[in-house]
Design a protein around this ligand. Sequence first.
Ligand SMILES: C[S@@+](CC[C@H](N)C(=O)[O-])C[C@H]1O[C@@H](n2cnc3c(N)ncnc32)[C@H](O)[C@@H]1O
Length: 258
Amino acid sequence: MTADLFDAASMYDEDYLHFFASPQGGAPTHGPLVGTAYTGANQAAGLVWRLLDLEPGMAVLDLACGHGTLANALAARGCRVTGLDSSAVFLDRAATAGTGVEWVRGDMRQLPEWTGRFDRVVNWTTAFGYFDDDTNRAVLREIARVLRPGGRLAMDLDNQARFLADYTPSRITVRRDDGDMLVDHHHLDPLTARFEVERTVIRDGRVRRLTFLKRLFAFPELRDWLTAAGFTGVQGHGEDGTPLTARHPRMIVTAGLQ
Ligand SMILES: C[S@@+](CC[C@H](N)C(=O)[O-])C[C@H]1O[C@@H](n2cnc3c(N)ncnc32)[C@H](O)[C@@H]1O
């Protein structure tokens, strides 16, 4: 396994849940939309249901499921859902919904012995592209391995065209009524198509800094990576399910295995 480019555990922690998974959490006040463009888990679940032709009883893997909003929503609609994530804090929160999802702590670079086990895989809210590119491509091969023949994948990522059009070097990402705040500085490296984010977390008067990285993808690049990993019929959509345009904040990529 390759060395991590950033410390995911310091990023996806209780502070993250405080800002992004509490009723008090807020939307970005200005600048590029890094988070999700969906108003709730049900909207995302409805979109996935439609794009992936989901049916009750299907075996679905939510890869990097986070605190489980999409996994729980798909389970509530009758799918047999497994949620895998590296964050114990997030999985603990996810399990409180009690929807019967199987929660697995693991690493997307090396999935368990699940070869051919899933009808569908979902990977949601920019939960791909955290590693060097060889490793990112290996993650796609892992996804192909755990899907059955004829299985399908949906990934929800930032839409590069919109992200760049809205790009701003710094912004207040979340500001809560109680004064807690996330302030982000972005450094975009065109040679790697990664943006490095220096995040300042201000909570209860305490200040903490961390950095994380994300990879931006143009659709044709990811289509070619998916094709090389064994997928066919790769399509790009916006968050409303229509064909991807430069205006959509989100890029939903769907693909199938032969
Ligand atoms: C942006 S969050 C998205 C979470 C969730 N999919 C959602 O829609 O809310 C990215 C997730 O990737 C997880 N993650 C980071 N590195 C990982 C790894 N190597 N293997 C599995 N999960 C990882 C984090 O813990 C976090 O939950």
